[in-house]
Design a protein around this ligand. Sequence first.
Ligand code: KIV
Length: 264
Amino acid sequence: MGKTTVSAFAKRRGAGEKLVMITAGSAAESAAAYAAGIDLILVGDSLGMTMLGYDSTLPVTMEMMLHHAAAVRRGAPDAFVIFDMPFMSYQTGIGDAVRNAGRALQEAGSDAVKLEGGTDPELIRQLVASGIPVLGHLGLLPQRIQTIGAYRIVGRDEAAAEELIAEALALEAAGAFAVVLECVPEELGRRVTETLHIPTIGIGSGAACSGQVQVLYDTLGLSARTPKHAKRFAELGETMRAALAAYAAEVKNGTFPAAENTFK
Ligand code: KIV
């Protein structure tokens, strides 16, 4: 499978082809996602919660993201990999943002970066002008949990919906190649998708979006809690617990290691 490029995404949206994105945080996960034919792999800062045990994405640092993104790249050398810029890696000024996004491409081998929010199109313009493809992210913005207070649907009233559409247009004008829409009502997901020329990638934003993104741990049944917008396509958490219990039992009762696991 050849590597998908930024310019291909708009074409594929134009052809009515849905884009599929999944998060990954390790080489094993990205290898599986690539082998499954997933179009875009997001090294999401949600890995702070799924893989690292934090209760929000705020503790995630550039160093953590670089470590995981480099592993994701090693697992899938030809995949299109997007680096999620963590809290405080781009909010402190355009210089910091360009430097940190540059590290994502240079040190982790990512193809693009994602940033939350639509209030600073100049930041997006500078990144794109520096040669760094940008994926926008509107709707629910988990890095703002301390000010928004809860993870909830965004854009239910007309004023909020119009504000979000204006932000999406500003991101497109600034050069973003696509926009993630997180937890907006289905109708708003459709309106944004019909308004923009670039693809929308929804998570909890309805089927009219140009594509979908999901958190791998939710999709595989590894999360303790499944959000309404997610579907567990497997129960790997349960499979893992059962396999480890069988291993422990066999060590204790002496049936593992057996002759075939032993060097003579
Ligand atoms: O970090 C993440 O996993 C994300 C997705 C929810 C889009 O930003």
